[in-house]
Design a protein around this ligand. Structure first.
Ligand code: S3P
Length: 428
């Protein structure tokens, strides 16, 4: 599907966004192995989170509801059933990696697969710790989906993550739920902690000491009422749009502002962005607030080390922004970008060049000089939701109408993206 995007005179108004993708996955998976009903409001409308619901259903869990509100009838740690067929994770790395931790602890075999993009993403990062815990996992070429998981009585482990990955951390912690004793995960840098927060909400005992998380296996998890905050990574496209287009002023309601996710706002503020959060509240252990942003000229900056890990999903749209800053943007230590839904270093640079923007590709990053003009073009999402949305944002400031090819990819995390964009796009 193609979308035509015209340059705008400003991005203005007040918008609400769908529920956080990371949190929605976790709530649905934990609800399935909790005892009793969990009602989830503002569940992500993205296809990825629906892949998770599909898998949960295929494991014998009743899920009722539609739109953004679901009730999951959890059956406890021992309540899942062997699926009748293969589990379909679609495009979702979170579904396959995190759910594998639960599948590894089951007394049955399951097979989980995904689409073409997911079938090229590395899985050894979860296969190693789960094998150490006692599960047997086979993969295509020993590293790619589909995964065939022979569940087992898992042993607790003390695992040091070789790559910073909240998905892998979650996988090991989910496995640890089924093991007798204490399972620990130590992270090289602190990654998003939605799993830790959600497990506590459902009643698990969990301690966090610096970068080491320890949980006691076989907890009693109980169903509850939960509300998912709006997704900061989806908000990022609109925040950047407002910063890019002169005269913009935008408010985004109810956004999740968990400190392990909100490095984006500090990074932008550090470059001179005008961002305000009038008040914060806490819901189900997660911080939430309204983000108010207005256009401002930005200095530019460097994303490297731990900051790269903290901003990993936002780099495509920050790369677009970088080209319009005074000093440009440099991204380092971002080898992980090459194994996302697409090789995002390559797909972002390809589209930046279509935009008429000069950019240098590094093995693990990119250098984008500042003060560049945006030329209207036909962009290619390469089937990657964040690439589609990042270049729709770029097109708002181009010198004519642009086309986004493969625009449907946005639905993976944000089906309402195009409607929301037309709602806050102002034309003089
Ligand atoms: C996610 C973790 C990140 C992120 C992904 C969602 C999560 O992946 O890129 O979009 O929900 O835990 P990694 O764990 O591979 O860094």
């Amino acid at each position: 599907m193609q979308r035509r995007i015209s340059p705008v005179s400003s991005i203005s108004g007040a918008i609400a966004l769908p529920g956080d993708k990371s949190i929605s996955h976790r709530y649905a998976m934990i609800a399935a192995i909790a005892e009793g009903d969990t009602r989830i409001q503002n569940y992500s409308t993205g296809a990825d989170c629906h892949s998770t619901l599909g898998c949960v259903r295929a494991l014998g869990i009743q899920v009722e509801g539609e739109g953004t509100e679901f009730v999951i009838h959890g059956k406890g740690l021992d309540g899942l059933h062997a699926p009748a067929g293969d589990l379909d994770a679609g495009n979702s790395g979170s579904t396959i990696r995190m759910l594998s931790g639960i599948l590894a602890g089951q007394p049955f075999r399951s097979r989980i697969f995904g689409d073409e993009s997911l079938s090229r993403r590395p899985m050894q990062r979860i296969m190693r710790p789960l094998a150490e815990m006692g599960a047997r996992i086979q993969a295509r070429e020993d590293k790619y989906p589909p995964l065939e998981i022979d569940g087992a009585r898992l042993r607790p482990i003390d695992y040091a993550l070789p790559v910073p990955s909240a998905q892998v951390k979650t996988c090991v912690l989910f496995g640890g739920l089924f093991a007798e004793g204490a399972t620990s995960v130590t992270e090289p840098v602190r990654s998003r902690d939605h799993t830790e927060i959600a497990l506590r909400e459902f009643g698990a005992a969990l301690t966090v000491e610096r970068q080491k998380i320890t949980l006691t296996g076989r907890p009693r998890l109980t169903g509850r009422e939960l509300m998912v905050p709006s997704d900061l990574s989806s908000a990022a496209f609109f925040i950047v749009a407002a910063l890019l287009v002169p005269g913009s002023r935008l408010a985004i309601h109810g956004v999740g502002l968990n400190p392990t996710r909100s490095a984006l706002l500090d990074f932008l503020a550090g470059m001179g962005a005008k961002i305000r959060i009038p008040e914060l509240e806490s819901r189900n252990g997660e911080l939430i607030g309204e983000i108010q942003v207005e256009h401002a000229p930005l200095r530019g900056g460097i994303i490297e080390g731990g900051l790269t890990a903290a901003l990993i999903d936002e780099i495509p749209v920050l790369a677009v922004l970088g080209a319009a800053t005074e000093e440009g943007l440099t991204v380092k230590d971002a080898g992980e970008l090459r194994v996302k839904e697409t090789d995002r270093i390559h797909t972002v640079i390809d589209n930046l060049r279509r935009l008429g923007v000069e950019a240098q590709e590094l093995p693990d990053g990119m250098v984008i000089p500042g003060r560049q003009k945006f030329r209207a073009a036909t962009f290619d999402s390469f089937g990657d939701h964040r690439v589609a949305m990042a270049f729709a944002v770029a097109a708002l400031r181009a010198d004519g109408d642009s086309i986004i090819d493969g625009a449907e990819a946005a639905s993976v995390s944000f089906p309402e993206f195009w409607d929301t964009l037309s709602r806050c796009a102002q034309f003089r």
